[in-house]
Design a binder for this molecule. Structure first.
Ligand code: 1CP
Length: 348
């Protein structure tokens, strides 16, 4: 019987170069799959889907059944942590997330661990169910949003184009703003530790909006919080790999690669794979980075780009993935072709 630690994803995150890299896809569960849309309709509200362990388990497993990825990512959302901190969050059809915005120092939430775990308890149950129901070779990834990205939603009250309120707060009143980042970081560490205790074997932190910050602020608002969360996790779970995804930071990926305690770095689709092979891969495991729009297009333009990424990064520690999540209009048959291509690739 294969040992739990032999899973390809975990071997890659320990720095091994494999005959073929493990693969999974960001947003591999989601609206491009008809069976997801069916379960989603059954749940009604998007948040109800996140908080129903039986349905969240089902949508996590759906892409694995179809495509046989090497890892499943827990189905949940990054905006559950603000809820666990007591903030009002809802998802409106066609509009995305809407939060009661916090914009003043006096509104910075206080971390109440009991309330956090009570709110997020169903997520831990989803993880526990998955750790029993997943095929034995498939690794289970837990996740959360990184503090900066989660804070953008908490402060702007939803998605934003230019981040006017949070950037002014972060730049004009850095000390108080840091309190908000630290509260979110500490809540996130507690949340991820519970996911690990329930069976998550690796965790990823999504910093989707890291690209909104000038490089001089990366250390304080992106890299520092990532290090703080990784340290808190490793104090209790030293062997659990942490993957960072600071999206859109360009050449600063070379600094991110040197963050202590991070096993993997997910690079977005704007990065040249050969640059990442030179500046990122010597320090840790690279994950990425096919443009999800290439999977919408499919055919040769997709397979050529995927092969180039594999040929360029497959000679070192590597996890094949997208450079951001699948979009809803992705044809499922293009995903099948991509999965077969990765499964059939071998180091040359
Ligand atoms: O109606 C629906 O079905 C909603 C679509 C959807 C899905 C499938 C949302 C709403 N969230 C999710 C699940 C989800 N979100 C997962 C697990 C599924 C998987 O990856 O297979 C994960 C990891 C996330 C993470 C997430 N949520 C991020 C970071 C990653 C990224 O895509 O950049 C962000 C920014 C969110 C916020 C969010 N969730 C949903 C929406 C519409 C938004 C807002 C996005 C925006 O502001 O543009």
């Amino acid at each position: 019987m294969p040992h739990k630690n032999d899973k390809l994803l975990l071997r890659a995150l320990r720095g091994e170069t494999l005959e073929r890299p493990p693969f999974w896809f960001m947003r591999q569960a989601g609206r491009y799959l008809p069976e997801y849309r069916e379960t989603r309709a059954q749940a009604g509200d998007f948040l109800d889907l996140c908080y129903r362990p039986d349905l969240a388990e089902e949508v996590t497993l759906q892409p694995i059944r179809r495509y046989g990825m090497d890892a499943a990512i827990l189905f949940a959302d990054i905006l559950l942590v603000p809820q666990g901190l007591g903030q009002h969050v809802e998802f409106r059809a066609g509009e995305g997330p809407v939060l009661e915005p916090i914009t003043r120092n006096a509104d910075i939430p206080v971390l109440d661990a009991e309330r956090l775990h009570e709110t997020l308890g169903p997520v831990y149950e989803t993880v526990a169910r998955l750790s029993k129901s997943l095929p034995e070779n498939v690794a289970l990834i837990g996740f959360a949003g990184a503090p900066w990205t989660v804070a953008t939603y908490m402060v702007e009250g939803g998605g934003s184009k230019d981040y006017p309120t949070i950037k002014n707060w972060a730049f004009a009143d850095p000390e108080n703003f840091q309190r908000l980042i630290d509260v979110v970081a500490d809540a996130t560490a507690l949340y991820l530790k519970k996911q690990i205790e329930a069976g998550a074997e690796a965790v990823q932190l999504f910093d989707t909006w890291a690209m909104a910050l000038p490089p001089a602020f990366h250390e304080r608002l992106v890299f520092g919080p990532l290090r703080r969360i990784a340290e808190a996790i490793h104090a209790d779970h030293p062997d659990i790999p942490v993957i960072g995804f600071p999206r859109g930071i360009g050449a600063a990926y070379a600094q991110a690669a040197r963050i202590r305690g991070i096993a993997g770095l997910s690079i977005d689709w704007s990065m040249d794979p050969s640059w990442a092979a030179e500046h990122v891969q010597p320090h840790l495991t690279v994950q990425g980075n096919l443009d999800p729009r290439l999977v919408v297009a499919g055919g040769e333009v997709m397979t050529r780009a995927a092969s180039d990424i594999l040929d360029t990064l497959g000679d070192g520690p590597f996890i094949f993935n997208l450079g951001h999540g699948f979009v809803p209009e992705t044809p499922p048959e293009h995903v099948a072709e991509l999965a077969e291509l990765v499964k059939g690739w071998r180091r040359g």
